[in-house]
Design a protein around this ligand. Sequence first.
Ligand SMILES: [Fe+2]
Ligand SMILES: [Fe+2]
Ligand SMILES: [Fe+2]
Length: 419
Amino acid sequence: MEYISSKNIFLLLRDTLKLHDRRPMDHGSRAGYLFCKMLECKGGYEQYEIADFLMLATLHDIGAYKTDRMGDRLNYEFKEPMPHSTYGFLFLKNLTPLESMSRMVLYHRVPCKKIPGNEFQYSKETEILSLAEAAEVYHLALGDGFDHKMFRRQEGTFYSKEALDLLDLAVARFDVFTHLTDESYQKELDDILEFMIFTNEDKKKFIQTLMMCIGFRSEIALIDAVTCVCISGQLAKKLQLAPESAEKLYYATLIHDIGMLSIPAKIIEAPRKLTKEETALMRTHVSREEKILLNRMDSEIVAIATAHHERLDGSGYPKGLTANKLSREQCILQVADVVTALTCERSYREKLSSQEVIKILKQEVKDGKLNRQITDCFIDSYDEITGMAEKEAGEALNIYRSLTSKYQSVYGDFKNKNN
Ligand SMILES: [Fe+2]
Ligand SMILES: [Fe+2]
Ligand SMILES: [Fe+2]
């Protein structure tokens, strides 16, 4: 997949999560910087390995999006860290290509003596990450009163001597805390990111991860996203789209609603019609996602994704584009998105019957909003397409929900071993 560079995959994932709440990602970037500089002092790493560690470190608190209140960092980092560590580990292991490093997240708030040694290839790096992230939290909280030597009090109990020595070195050699304070660390992070290398398979998986992130905000929004991917894929097949167009449509559909991460769940899941203000806020999801997608991903893919609420007669949003400005792929995603909204259950209404859905779709075509040929294609294969969509959405949701049951068992196991 040449539609996006490895560096931009990372930036997209980071900034999409920031739409939900920027704090864990800002903390992750800063802790990641300290971590990479400590690794540099340790030596023996290729630059692409440091870049991989940076990605992992930036995402190390991803579990907190599911398990904790973001504003309560002291609680989830220091008082009860295992819920976010466990969920983050499972998310990275099961839904991203970072499986081999994911245990670093599981152990990132564990005393150094309890991090498994022999059978875990990244135990040393985990000890270093643990100190890097604690140093970031305290540096930010204490400001001028911060002294990185404070962690020596926990030498050998919580933090390893090697990690503490590396922090001393990073301070002496790179003046890391000054760079955090004056924000110049960001330029250095940027330089490290240039060395990120992912295979096309990895990139594909990361884009699928992006869609799964919608579940942090709302499970309903995630079901919609998965359903829409299936419907647009079926339409592309039935309409015999060229392979490259079908592929671009696939990626566009995966990411078309990532902006929903910025919309409060109580609006997405409101069991009633939205007010004028809420509708206006809801509609901002497109411009918000466009901001983080532009210049990072193939422009055609971005154009397909961000036109999913446009309509042929110009009545859609955000740009009010009309038929002559809309490509076939954009029109397919519009139909798939409307079909998804009509066929998925909603908290404010019963599931619509196929007759009702078809009636509404025909009216949309008659009103000049949806493409006739594409809509007819869907109606002609209604049962087949909706049946498959339901099955696929069910499967994806099962994988997502299985994280919760795995979470309970890994977390339970961990508690038993350490009590
Ligand atoms: Fe953490
Ligand atoms: Fe953290
Ligand atoms: Fe949308």
